[in-house]
Design a protein around this ligand. Structure first.
Ligand code: C2E
Ligand code: MG
Ligand code: MG
Ligand code: MG
Length: 278
């Protein structure tokens, strides 16, 4: 690496690194205009009740339709947005768009929106949520916010206070990507989440299935202890779904049950019917 101690190693010029930095700067600059230019879109992935297959809700997942690079996935631009206050603008845009869309659905499904940690620290997110709900008219009971432990770790006392405010409005909270971070029992106890989502990495191809089973059992026991349902993420095979069925995991999300899709396609496949705009 070019960063190596110059006193002991020759300093190599790495054009690829230079290019990466330039690329990143360009992307960050593009992202600055993306919201205004209407390049962000939201797709929805269905969440189902394991026992019955019925729809429990949808998770909103943001996409960036870049004019020259095509569709960019959130893992490739959300971290970039989090390096600046851009994430605040993007986060609020997603929340507002999703609530405005969901209020038009005839089926009163819950809709889940992912939050970034910056939204807790750098903005009054409780007020933003309250405003958006009021302006869009979405009943608070239909909104769920997904957070990871890393989201709330930066300022726990503040996160606790803000999340209590949000919960008191009737909005529910899901603990996302459980098992990858701290997975602390203390978080579960103090933050009164409404559901736990087991991270999709536990259901990846490399994961031995007996290990997966042990993890699911452990998280289900936690769910029981805290009296909240557990949702498995990243379910891709019928075997995995059968396993969830057998162990009594309440809810599931994954390509097997439905891929993320734009609202138009979800309307076309009949899962959602739109109310006529008054
Ligand atoms: P997440 O919240 O854990 O979302 C689930 C991710 O798993 C989605 O990736 C989804 O497409 C993917 N997924 C679902 N089922 C399967 C499956 O069966 N197999 C596999 N391999 N993957 C599956 P996506 O859409 O690329 O989003 C990635 C992450 O980006 C999300 O992880 C979330 O943390 C973040 N994200 C997405 N939208 C937003 C947003 O509006 N705001 C913020 N702050 N973060 C967002
Ligand atoms: Mg999520
Ligand atoms: Mg997740
Ligand atoms: Mg995630």
């Amino acid at each position: 690496r070019a960063k190596a101690d110059p006193g002991r190693h020759p300093c190599f010029y790495e054009p690829s690194m230079d290019e990466k930095v330039r690329n990143r700067r360009k992307l960050a600059a593009d992202l600055r205009d993306a919201v205004k230019a209407g390049q962000l879109t939201v797709c929805y992935q269905v969440q189902r009740v394991v026992a019955t297959g019925e729809i429990r809700g949808f998770e909103a997942l943001v996409r960036w339709q870049h004019p020259t690079r095509g569709t960019i996935m959130p893992d490739d631009f959300i971290p970039l947005a989090e390096e600046s206050d851009l994430i605040l603008q993007i986060g609020e845009w997603v929340l507002r768009s999703v609530c405005a869309e969901a209020v038009l659905w005839q089926q009163p499904y819950k809709v889940a929106v992912n939050l970034s940690g910056i939204q807790f620290v750098h903005t009054d997110i409780a007020r933003v949520v309250a405003n958006v709900l009021e302006q869009t008219g979405l009943p608070p009971e239909r909104l769920e916010l997904e957070l990871t432990e890393s989201t709330i770790i930066a300022d726990q006392p503040r996160a606790l206070q803000v999340l209590r405010q949000i919960k008191s409005m009737g909005v529910s909270l899901a603990l996302d990507d459980f098992g990858t971070g701290y997975s602390s029992l203390d978080t579960l106890r103090r933050f009164s989440f409404d559901r736990i989502k087991i991270d999709r990495s536990f259901f990846g191809a490399v994961q031995a299935s007996d290990q997966t089973l042990a993890v699911v059992h452990a998280v289900l026991a936690l769910g029981k202890a805290f009296d909240i349902p557990v949702m498995a993420e990243g379910i891709e095979t019928a075997d995995q779904l059968n396993m969830l069925h057998e162990v009594g995991c309440e809810e599931a999300q994954g390509f097997l049950l439905g891929r993320p899709a734009c609202l138009d396609d979800i309307v076309k496949n009949g899962q959602i019917t739109m109310n006529r705009v008054a």
